[in-house]
Design a protein around this ligand. Structure first.
Ligand SMILES: Cc1ncc(COP(=O)(O)O)c(C=O)c1O
Length: 451
């Protein structure tokens, strides 16, 4: 067989990042972590997580006096990760009943929970209203329900309006909240003003995710502050906070957009500056204290704080000549492989000519590929690879499908390693299943069907 050896082409930026090994996380050797906890393994860096949230908050604080980060639980809901961010002063941003309840379990007071999302069932709304949560209205039926609950509780519920609009820079997301351009948002604000049981306290919008153009955030803030000024012309309306949602990118490689990611993602300071400048302009002659700026960054905070270590379990040559590698981690663990080209590195440097390689997961399913094409040196059974960043949306969107989900560990600032989520077992896999009595026979009693 003649085997084409393709030296992975040098990219636009003239370097191949995959060749720089990644043998430790914050100085803790990956080999030791795998020896103790197995492969595949999610490894979280506590240092990096704390550093990231501080860096983004400080960048915004350079432009605005009152800034709050609300941690988006759906980005990564692992309790220890949420706890670290709450220790750093982050509030919780939740979008469901169970997320709200988890934030309360973790000790977050109701008035530090931002409650977003299109479906908030009555029971949890009753609790959230009683506990003073920041409830962001998504549609009119929800507005009516909240008003009814507040009337029953004999309270005035502080609420915020979620807005959607066209920045002209990003694809508009119109399915959440009230539209600004067609007057829906104004109508909802009037409806709140006329109600004795609601008080319009804030404005919210989330213009999308992994936004690469800082000007989009400037435009978002301009539209929000303009609307705020319009509303505040009424005597009894005073907006206490503006929530700009999430959307800052991480340093991952969006498929079809970036290669390699580092150079294509603007610096965080550029995003903060766009937000800051627009805020300054929008609030210039507004009397009284400025509104608090809430931001709900998910991926920019956690993505690069987590890595996924995986081991080569098989090698093959595909019919078109490309090399295929089978790993013990698949898209059941890293669903984001569907839209990212995650940077992947070897734990130990390897010699040999790099060639274009397809990285498959262990699932008996055709779409299970972790990287479609990446230039790597020859790999053997037992070699280890590290995917990173993987901290955003994988530990929440992962699937129990074919394989069990592995543990998540935390590398602590002291160099220790702690399990923050145990790996699944057959027992945990089956614990929600029930056998109806007529099927509850031991295998010995099994009879073949009568023909
Ligand atoms: C309302 C809201 N806030 C925050 C986030 C976090 O977004 P990101 O991870 O892009 O920062 C999301 C994610 O979709 C969201 O829907």
């Amino acid at each position: 067989m003649i085997r084409p050896l393709r030296q992975g082409a040098i990219n636009t930026f003239a370097h191949r990042r995959n060749e720089v090994p990644c043998s430790d996380i914050d100085g803790v050797p990956i080999d030791g972590l795998v020896a103790r906890h197995g492969s595949p393994l999610f490894i979280t860096s506590e240092n990096r997580l704390r550093h990231n949230v501080r860096t983004i908050r400080r960048a915004l604080e350079r432009h605005h006096p009152a800034v709050v980060h609300a941690w988006s639980y759906k980005t990564n809901i692992t309790a220890a990760i949420c706890r670290i961010l709450h220790q750093e002063g982050s509030w919780a941003e939740v979008v469901s009943r169970s997320e709200y309840e988890k934030a309360r379990l973790l000790g977050v007071p109701g008035n530090r929970i931002v409650f977003n999302g299109p479906y908030k069932p009555r029971a949890i709304l009753e609790r959230a209203i009683a506990e003073g949560a920041l409830i962001h209205l998504d549609h009119l039926d929800e507005l009516n329900l909240i008003e009814a609950i507040a009337r029953e509780q004999n309270r005035v519920a502080p609420v915020a309006l979620r807005l959607n609009f066209n920045t002209g820079i990003t694809e508009p997301w119109s399915r959440f909240g009230f539209n600004l351009e067609n007057g829906q948002a104004t109508e909802a604000a009037v409806r709140i003003r006329l109600s004795p049981h609601m008080n319009l306290n804030g404005l919210h919008s989330h213009i999308g995710t992994f936004i690469l153009d800082p000007r989009a955030f400037g435009e978002q803030v301009r539209l929000m502050t303009d609307f705020m000024r319009e509303l505040e012309q009424e005597d009894n309306t005073r907006i206490a906070y503006l929530d700009i949602g999430g959307g800052f990118p991480s340093r991952n490689g969006l498929q079809g957009v970036q290669s390699p990611p580092e150079q294509a993602v603007p610096e965080l300071d550029e995003f903060a500056e766009a937000v800051g400048k627009a805020l300054k302009k929008g609030l210039s002659d507004r009397p009284g204290p400025p509104p608090v700026l809430i931001f709900e960054s998910g991926r920019a905070v956690v993505d690069d704080a987590q890595s996924l270590v995986t081991t080569v379990v098989g090698t093959k040559r595909l019919v078109d000549g490309r090399r295929g590698i089978i790993l013990d981690a698949g898209i059941n663990l890293m669903l984001t492989a569907l839209w990212y080209n995650h940077p992947v590195r070897l734990v130990h440097p390897k010699g040999g000519i790099p060639e274009e390689t397809v990285l498959y997961g262990p699932l008996c399913m055709n779409i299970d590929s972790m990287r479609q094409l990446v230039s790597l040196p020859p790999l053997e059974l037992g070699d280890r690879l590290v995917f990173s960043p993987v901290g955003a949306y994988n530990n929440t969107q992962w699937l129990q499908f074919i394989e069990l989900r592995p543990p998540i560990i935390l590398v602590t600032p002291q160099g220790g390693d702690e399990v923050i989520r145990q790996g699944e077992t057959l027992t945990s896999l089956c614990e929600h299943e029930r056998m109806p009595p007529h099927l509850d026979t031991s295998p010995g009693e099994w009879q073949p069907p009568v023909r």
